[in-house]
Design a protein around this ligand. Structure first.
Ligand code: F0G
Length: 466
């Protein structure tokens, strides 16, 4: 077999994208308060802000979308979707939601209320790393979110196959010391916050079994479940000969509940899931919250056609040719940057290349947001939009109000599925290499406007001298 195979699809419809001049980009960036989130999308040439809801649907998805059943209750598309969930994950009960955080907002308050009814006074969730919205919904409901990420993930330049793993010693310690307060463990696959890094089956099993042995629920945050399965197939000996569907079933056999943003591996532009293996009581309790928050239990904030597209997208996510070509594209971009000496989280993850801004701009302090400086410079250079995952997204210490340095200062280049070609990636790499050559000219940032919460989305900045 050829080592490198082209994409397993051909293009049936194109969407023009617009190249701008440097002057136009400078103007657009100033208008946006030096915050890429506030740019107009039409002023962006290549948009790597996120891989969430930005992918291209297949002809089969579009075809099934036309068959969507828009009945308010009991839609045929709901039953099609829940049948697909049963087949892929072996989970009996499905609640559709408008996206991942929809699942988080209906599930976590239910679990926390039930724990409090049982006498838990300081509820806590443990995770390899909570995604921000999961953490926010846990905290909004009066519980704590603690991360037990493995130390390898902190060393960006050291290659380690499983940087998304739990630190099992840390997890064991937490369970031993605080068992009665732990509501659930959340296994985030892949682990977005540390670079889209996978957790191994060995680690998933060990963490889940540790939790179950102490009567603690196991939840999977499943946004990038099939990318995680692909890494397991290629990196974990026991699974070399297994298919992606077999590996997915095996991963999910360790969990009681999963929440999913289907905007990633689920391959839809909007949609999510909250599913239960066999706990009918928890399913019904969560359905009760779904009605006022997301909508009736068989549509959960989605149109029938959205559920129809998701039913196909979930199946396509398991296609190994798709996964190989997708992950090869992320590697392609990562390799080009590494060959130019640019420091990235190594090896690259499933959905994005995470550039280590701290290494590129060592003299810009965390409080002046080196990764955001880099994002803006890349936009100015080539019209490429990326996102800061560092001190800005982390926020201030809620108690002291101080801006402490985040563990990482990443510029994330997230790659939408089936959307851009390797030529686009070469252009992104060339643009960033140019930026890094002149990195000593880049200026630190300070707030012009700082909202109290969710700063990443609406803050405005000004440049200051070094
Ligand atoms: N869990 C993970 C691991 C995620 O990466 C996200 C979203 C969510 C949950 C929430 O899902 O957006 O559908 O409500 N991540 C996006 C990103 C926003 O850009 O990484 P959602």
């Amino acid at each position: 077999m050829f080592k490198s195979l082209p994409e397993p699809w051909r293009i049936k419809m194109v969407e023009p994208i617009r190249m701008t001049t440097k002057d136009q980009r400078k103007h657009a960036l100033i208008e946006a308060g030096l915050n890429p989130f506030l740019l107009k999308a039409e002023d962006v040439f290549i948009d790597l802000l996120t891989d969430s809801g930005t992918g291209a649907m297949s002809d089969r998805q579009w075809a099934n979308l036309f068959l969507g059943d828009e009945s308010y209750a009991g839609s045929k598309s709901y039953y099609q979707l829940s049948q697909v969930v049963k087949t892929i994950f072996d989970f009996q009960y499905t609640i559709p939601v408008h996206q991942g955080r929809g699942a988080e907002q209906i599930l976590f308050p239910v679990l926390i209320e039930l724990a409090k009814e049982k006498g838990v006074t300081e509820p806590v969730f443990l995770s390899n790393h909570h995604f921000e919205t999961a953490q926010a919904h846990i905290e909004l409901s009066g519980a704590r979110a603690k991360n037990c990420i493995c130390s390898a993930s902190l060393q960006t330049e050291i290659a380690d196959d499983w940087k998304g793993n739990f630190d099992l010693n840390e997890l064991a310690k937490e369970i031993k010391n605080n068992k009665k307060n732990i509501v659930a463990i959340i296994i985030t696959i892949t682990c977005n916050s540390v670079g889209g890094q996978p957790a191994s089956m060995e680690n998933i099993r060990a963490a889940a079994r540790m939790a179950h042995d102490s009567g603690i629920l196991v939840i999977i945050d499943a946004a990038r479940f099939s990318e995680n399965a692909y890494f397991i197939k290629h990196r974990e000996r026991e699974f070399f000969d297994q298919t992606i569907p077999e590996i997915v079933k095996e991963m999910f056999s360790e969990a009681d509940i999963f929440t999913m943003s289907a905007k990633k591996d689920g391959m839809v532009n909007i949609g999510g899931l909250c599913c239960f293996r066999n706990d009918e009581f928890l399913f019904k309790q969560t359905q009760l919250r779904c009605v006022p928050m997301e909508g009736f239990v068989t549509y959960g904030g989605l149109a029938g056609r959205d559920m129809a597209a998701m039913a196909i997208g979930l199946q396509e996510a398991l296609n190994e040719d798709h996964l190989r070509s997708r992950i090869a594209q992320v590697e392609y971009l990562g390799n080009k940057l590494q060959q130019a000496g640019i420091s990235i989280q190594t090896p690259v993850g499933g959905h994005a290349v995470y550039v280590n801004a701290r290494k590129i701009l060592p003299d810009i302090k965390s409080e002046n947001f080196p990764a955001l400086v880099l994002c803006n410079a890349l936009y100015l250079e080539g019209g490429v939009r990326s996102v800061e995952i560092g001190s800005l997204i982390m926020g201030r210490n809620p108690i002291t109000g101080k801006q402490e340095p985040s563990l990482f200062e990443f510029m994330r280049l997230a790659i939408p599925r089936r959307t851009y070609t390797d030529n686009h990636m070469s252009y992104v790499a060339d643009s960033l290499i140019e930026v890094v050559k002149n990195a000593d000219r880049l200026k630190p940032l300070e707030f012009e406007y700082e909202p109290k919460i969710l700063r990443l989305f609406t803050s405005r900045f000004r440049e200051i001298e070094r």
